[in-house]
Design a protein around this ligand. Structure first.
Ligand SMILES: Cc1cc2nc3c(=O)[nH]c(=O)nc-3n(C[C@H](O)[C@H](O)[C@H](O)COP(=O)(O)OP(=O)(O)OC[C@H]3O[C@@H](n4cnc5c(N)ncnc54)[C@H](O)[C@@H]3O)c2cc1C
Length: 457
């Protein structure tokens, strides 16, 4: 293709014809040359691409920050670029939820149901925690996960106090938690350039292994009778008067009294609800876990070492986070993040990474040449006014990142779950029958004080 374009512009070797150009033609020639340079530039691999393609990627998972490959970065950058694009360019989102008057039990689909559940949780990263907590309450629960239900390798930062909430709720033993803790570090700095640093103890000072923790919770869930459908992508939800019926791309039919949407920031249900409305703000984060840091005992919860910087067509204020990683004494994770209003011209994640390779060594006082990059990490956190998201359909509630309760300051979606799970799983599913012929009942499920919802069914 590039060769064809070069040939068209007469720039391939062998083309000796010279034109006596008019000013108009000279301008056009300049423009064409610019486009050609662009095409040539595309064939040059960026530093990010070279670094990422030099790392053997294994253990990628579906949850946020669980993909480490260059291809996955390009895919997320495409999603990000479409969020930034003008509203007019956007397509109508797919309608995955529809309301169907009448009873599912009387419908043609009823005979094809594999099983019936009290609650089906769609998405198994944070979803498995809520599913297990609800199973502990005696409910019949299933989890449907489009990938393998597995936590990511990159650690989550959290404080011990928050972790112990999982023990309080009864889904884990303290010993399970201790086994999932990969790193402990103190003290932890909050700092802004030109101001005195503040050092804190025991705040976000643990690195927990999602892969280990989720494995343990998964076993507990199954021991409680929970059912997991792995490798099943949910594509359709039909809300009847007596059930919500979920259909997977493999045509599995699963009716339930309630569906919990734990499919993260890019949940297809969220897309339908938000109708591609631009987020009110987005936190962009890039970083790496690398080996070779000599000073590796303390952490930065948040640190700002730079004033506003131009990246691409935007000016951004960069913040940092850095902490020891459990994979080795010299392994350290560093994140560089910023907050932007999504609009054309915002920096791509790859552009941020290109800056990161220059700025991170200065920030951490190391040389990139002395580091072995173990994994490159990136993510985008959309935030909306009016969060948490109010329920938009009967029998379907959002949870985890999909609900908008995570903190875009600390990226703490897991931390946020632990703080809320007690209230969430204390959710009493109260069923009150009204007198026939209405056959109505009300399900009240407490998803935290912020999310008590009444469903008239
Ligand atoms: C770089 C980065 C660093 C972070 N660091 C921390 C940290 O230190 N501490 C912390 O507490 N949090 C951290 N977070 C946030 C945390 O990772 C998220 O809040 C958490 O993963 C959210 O979980 P979730 O289950 O709500 O959504 P997700 O993690 O997005 O998981 C959604 C799940 O739904 C599945 N799914 C999607 N669509 C379908 C479908 N159609 N059918 C079936 N399944 C589907 C996906 O495969 C996935 O498993 C970080 C995030 C990033 C990106």
């Amino acid at each position: 293709m590039a060769a064809a374009v070069l040939a068209e512009f007469g720039l391939l070797s062998g083309c000796h014809r010279r034109l006596k150009a008019s000013p108009l033609l000279r301008n056009e020639t300049k423009k064409r040359a610019g486009r050609v340079q662009c095409l040539q530039a595309q064939t040059v691999r960026s530093r990010t691409q070279r670094i990422m393609e030099g790392i053997a990627v294994s253990g990628e998972v579906g949850g946020a920050g669980g993909a480490y490959s260059y291809n996955a970065l390009k895919r997320l950058d495409q999603v990000w670029s479409s969020i930034c694009s003008d509203e007019t360019d956007k397509q109508e989102p797919q309608q995955v939820v529809s309301t169907i008057p009448g009873l599912f039990s009387k419908s043609n689909l009823a005979g094809r149901a594999v099983d019936t559940f009290d609650v089906i949780v769609c998405g198994g990263t944070l979803g498995i925690f809520l599913a297990t907590a609800l199973s502990c309450k005696g409910l019949k629960v299933a989890v449907v996960e489009r990938n393998i239900l597995k936590g990511r390798e990159q650690e989550w930062n959290i404080s011990k106090k928050e972790l112990l909430e999982l023990v309080k709720v009864g889904i884990l033993e303290e010993d399970d938690i201790d086994q999932a803790i990969a790193a402990k570090f103190n003290p932890n700095r909050c700092g802004f350039e030109g101001k005195d640093d503040i050092w804190v103890e025991d705040i976000l000072n643990l690195g927990i292994l999602p892969v280990k923790l989720i494995e343990t919770v998964k076993k507990r869930f199954e021991a409680l009778g929970g059912v997991i459908f792995e490798g099943c992508s949910v594509s359709k939800f039909s809300v009847y008067d007596d059930a919500v019926v979920l259909q997977t791309t493999d045509e599995i039919i699963l009716p339930s009294r309630l569906v919990i949407d734990a499919m993260g920031n890019f949940s297809p249900i969220l897309k339908q609800i938000r109708r591609e409305r631009k987020p009110d703000g987005v936190c962009l984060v890039v970083g790496s876990c690398a080996r070779g840091f000599r000073n590796n005992s303390t952490s930065d919860v948040i640190y700002s070492s730079s004033s506003v910087k131009r990246i691409g067509d935007s000016k951004v204020h960069l913040f940092w986070e850095a902490f020891p990683s459990g994979s080795g004494p010299k392994d350290r994770t560093t994140y560089m993040f910023t907050y932007v209003n999504p609009q054309p011209g915002c920096p791509a994640l790859e552009e941020l990474l290109e800056e990161y390779w220059d700025l991170m060594p200065k920030y951490q006082k190391v040389s990139l040449d002395d580091l072995e990059i173990l994994r490159v990490i990136y993510g985008i956190f959309p935030t909306y006014r009016g969060s948490p998201l109010p329920a938009s359909f009967n029998r379907i509630l959002q949870f985890g990142d999909a609900s908008g309760i995570q903190s875009p300051v600390s990226f703490g979606g897991f931390g946020s779950l632990t703080r809320h799970l007690g209230r969430l799983s204390d959710g009493r599913v109260t069923i009150t029958y009204f007198s026939p012929p209405h056959f109505q009942f009300i399900i009240l499920i407490a998803l935290g004080s912020f999310c008590w919802k009444t469903f008239m069914i």
